[in-house]
Design a protein around this ligand. Structure first.
Ligand SMILES: Cc1cc2nc3c(=O)[nH]c(=O)nc-3n(C[C@H](O)[C@H](O)[C@H](O)COP(=O)(O)OP(=O)(O)OC[C@H]3O[C@@H](n4cnc5c(N)ncnc54)[C@H](O)[C@@H]3O)c2cc1C
Length: 432
């Protein structure tokens, strides 16, 4: 199995846009060109705003092109837990936000004519133990009460593979190739008239005397306002709120192609993409190229400046072990390559947006579920920064100017969660 630095979904762009050299002025500067930053810049250009987009690598290089490709209406935290902690109206608003984010992202595919293998197929939060199945029933109830379109399904009825007992099937969204999607969004952004500078990391951002100044290695941008969409890398910039995001490294593995009859034989007739209900989820999906992509299960924290890295060999091996346990009759299928990316985890595990200072807004809509949400938030933040009233979906995750407490997410805690998941797997095997 090859451990690779870039995304395994698509080749990087063949040419890069120019880097910034010299001093320029604009109305709004967007820092970070993932799905969030590109959507924001596209929206601003559509409104006729003079916008500059700065990206440290090439547009889409971060989590947006590396993720598992699930367009999901779930939020990172466990629904049952959220049901206990949040008021019903807040939960309803959060699920409304998440569902609208899915519609926004799927509309973007057709709006920009992006060929990225999108399949609307209902992701299943699937149970692999009886305990998880009971948990799934409770989650389905909490989500239905909160107005989500997700429903409980039995494994056989939902065409899930042997060993996957049932779960909560989302009523919207599905899967795509995120590498191809971000290449398409990049092309649309460049064509829209946004002034894009690639290989131009923002090194410093100040907001004084009613204007924003961004310093780069060989130039400066002066703007009226700025949007920070830098995800896990946010702590690189001193003007980002302290403790905004804990960087967490997440890994994926892709197998060689699997014959469709083999998937039918194990009962995976629906080919539904799945995430398990472990504390740290496992994800399994079939790709349009006939391979299986699986991931997460074991997470690692990092510190800014974040390294360009590959998955750790022991984590990739553990993922393969998990795949073979879940799909014993596919044990002969060979893993081909593994890659990963940095997720920014917020201290509440919920998506957040807010104000870093008078003229700087930030977004951290990810926590591993932000493929659609980051784009939707970018779009809404672009409206907000151009003085639109606060949209109700933005209000659902608005943090204002408040600070953040230090996150509880740490290496020891993530390792303990992995151990607890393995212990519950073992117990389930013993009590079968
Ligand atoms: C392995 C993996 C699997 C995942 N699976 C899923 C999934 O299936 N479904 C889902 O919904 N979500 C998933 N996620 C999460 C999802 O990908 C992210 O939440 C989402 O893409 C975040 O988008 P973004 O635009 O906020 O950040 P990013 O895509 O990370 O973009 C941030 C960009 O900012 C740039 N940048 C950073 N600092 C600077 C700077 N100082 N100056 C200029 N540029 C800068 C970076 O280079 C990067 O391109 C996954 C993430 C990973 C890593």
């Amino acid at each position: 199995m090859k451990l690779i630095h870039e995304t395994g979904w698509a080749d990087p762009p063949s040419t890069a846009e120019q880097h910034l050299s010299g001093d320029i002025d604009c109305d709004i500067v967007v820092i970070g060109g993932g799905g969030g930053g590109m959507s924001a810049a596209l929206r601003l250009a559509e409104k006729g705003v003079d916008v500059v987009l700065l990206e440290g690598q090439t547009l889409g290089w971060g989590a947006s092109s590396r993720n598992a490709g699930y367009i999901t209406n779930s939020i990172a935290a466990d629904p049952e837990m959220l049901g206990l902690m949040l008021k019903p109206e807040r939960l309803r608003n959060l699920y409304q936000f998440a569902e609208n984010a899915v519609h926004f992202a799927t509309d973007a595919i057709s709006h920009h004519g992006i060929d990225c293998g999108y399949q609307q197929e209902g992701i299943v939060m699937a149970a692999v133990t009886k305990g998880q199945l009971r948990h799934a029933r409770r989650n389905a109830k909490v989500m239905a009460d909160a107005g989500s379109s997700a429903k409980f399904v039995e494994g056989r009825e939902a065409g899930l593979p042997e060993g996957f007992l049932g779960g909560v099937r989302e009523g919207v969204g599905g899967t795509l190739n995120p590498g191809e999607f971000t290449l398409g969004l990049r092309a649309a952004t460049i064509a829209s008239g946004v002034r894009v500078y690639e290989h131009t990391p923002a090194l410093d951002l100040t907001d004084t005397c009613g204007e924003v100044r961004v310093k780069t290695a060989s130039g400066r941008v002066r703007a009226r306002k700025a949007l920070l969409t830098t995800n896990a890398y946010s702590a690189d910039l001193s003007s980002a709120p302290r403790n905004l995001a804990t960087p967490v490294w997440t890994s994926l593995v892709e197998t060689e192609p699997v014959a469709p009859e083999r998937l039918d034989d194990i009962g995976w007739t629906s080919r539904a993409p799945m995430v398990t209900l472990h504390m740290i989820l496992e994800s399994y999906r079939v790709t349009p190229r006939g391979t299986i992509v699986f991931g997460t299960r074991r997470l690692q924290t990092g510190r800014n400046p974040l390294p360009h890295r590959t998955p750790a060999p022991n984590v990739a091996d553990d993922l393969v072990r998990g795949f073979r346990e879940r799909f014993p009759s596919l044990r002969d299928i060979k893993p081909q390559k593994a890659w990963g990316g940095w997720i920014g985890m917020s201290s509440t595990w919920l998506p957040v947006v807010g104000e870093a200072s008078d003229n700087v807004l930030y977004s951290l809509a990810c926590n591993g579920h932000g493929f659609a949400q980051a784009q939707y938030v970018g779009h809404l933040l672009a409206d907000r920064i151009s003085s639109a009233p606060l949209h109700e979906d933005l209000a659902a995750i608005w943090h204002g100017r408040k600070g953040f407490s230090p996150s509880l997410v740490g290496g020891a805690m993530l390792h303990a969660a992995w151990l607890a998941d393995r212990a519950s797997d073992r117990l389930a095997t013993l009590t079968k």
